[in-house]
Design a protein around this ligand. Structure first.
Ligand code: NDP
Length: 327
């Protein structure tokens, strides 16, 4: 038996609890992992609170991230004793996830734990941090450099935002951090933000084009915020859009794209090819100070993870949540 958070019932009426589960119930897969740490991402909180249809079947174990040790493997790339990390691939949505002491999944979804990080640090980064790195790489790919100008990061005190601010600052960019939590100004400055912008300034419907302010942007908000971000980009600025914390809609005009040559890059971490994942993790090892990780994360006991999901949804968590799941 092992402990897992189980989402049971149905979309209309789901129940969530930490339960004892029989190993025989583990799903199909060629690798079995003893999970040491998992995390709570925005998507996990949506799944646990039932605020969005993340669980695609029931019962489901949430947790889009895990770090642990392989106990059994029929996959040629992994053997018992290997330390591994998993992000995404529909795990915690369509396939039982990481908020459990054991997971069985496809070895093709796993990557080796990067030598620069402990399992706990890898989960302090998690999908949110790896997505932040994918966003930074997208800006670079489209020619943005520290000399291009200021970079805007929305949802800056959240998981993606915190890692994005820290990585960009370490790379020498001047970062404007957008937040609804002015009281976290000192935290954002400690990560390397040069300026703080109140979220309210980007939340209301605005003009199709505003003052040219940013050379690049990483947006976790979507909705009106993303529309206003695009409107305020410099000529040939680049926006990496990865989230929907403000909404799924995009009430924008084409003006920034056809009059300023702005590029809008969509970022998906879930199905990103393995080569891109490995490169993102390599870059995190190089461009993220591990000393900042402690300040960015809160460790939540496995027993309290369900309750913490509601706090995350209510915007009451700063940075990342790490969940030690080992018994
Ligand atoms: P967090 O909950 O950690 O952070 C989200 C942050 O967004 C909050 O901390 C808050 O920051 C800000 N925010 C909340 N509500 C609003 C609002 N109405 N308008 C503007 N900003 C708001 O989540 P994550 O960082 O883990 O994820 C952020 C987003 O990115 C989510 O939508 C998530 O689904 C998405 N995501 C997408 C991935 C992909 O593959 N595309 C992968 C990972 C995440 P503050 O208080 O500082 O303003």
């Amino acid at each position: 038996m092992f402990k897992a958070i189980l989402i049971e019932g149905s979309r209309a009426d789901q129940q969530v609890a930490l339960k004892s589960v029989d190993e025989a119930q583990l799903p199909e897969g060629d690798v079995t992992v003893e999970v040491a740490y998992s995390t709570l991402n925005y998507k996990d909180a949506l799944a646990i609170t039932g605020r969005a249809p993340i669980a695609k079947s029931y019962p489901m174990v949430p947790g889009i991230d895990l770090a642990g040790v392989v106990t059994e493997s029929a996959n040629p790339d992994f053997k018992a004793g290997d330390e591994v990390v998993l992000n995404g691939w529909g795990v915690g949505e369509k396939h039982w996830g990481g908020l459990a002491q054991k997971a069985r999944l496809s070895g093709d979804w796993l990557i080796p734990l990067p030598s620069a990080f402990t399992a706990r640090q890898a989960m302090a980064i998690g999908t949110a941090g790896y997505t932040a790195m994918l966003c930074v790489i997208a800006l670079e790919k489209h020619g943005v450099t520290p000399d291009s100008g200021d970079i805007l990061v929305t949802g800056a005190t959240g998981g993606v935002g915190s890692v994005a601010v820290a990585v960009l600052a370490k790379l020498g960019y001047s970062v404007t951090a957008v937040t609804g939590r002015r009281e976290e100004e000192a935290y954002l400055k400690s990560l390397g933000a040069s300026q703080i912008l109140d979220r309210a300034e980007l939340s209301e419907p605005g003009k199709p084009l505003t003052r040219e302010s940013w050379a690049g942007a990483i947006d976790v908000a979507g909705g009106q915020v993303l529309a206003n971000v695009c409107a305020g980009m410099k000529y040939q600025g680049v926006v990496a859009a990865c989230g929907l914390a403000a909404g799924m809609d995009f009430p924008a005009t084409v003006a920034p794209f056809i009059l300023r040559g702005v590029t809008l890059c969509g970022i998906d971490s879930v199905m990103a090819p393995k080569t891109e994942r490995l490169y993102a993790w390599e870059r995190l090892a190089q461009d993220l100070s591990t000393e900042l990780l402690d300040d960015m994360m809160t460790e939540v006991p496995f027993d309290d993870a369900i309750e913490a999901a509601s706090r995350l949804m209510d915007g009451k968590i700063r940075g990342r949540i790490v969940v030690p799941v080992a018994g």
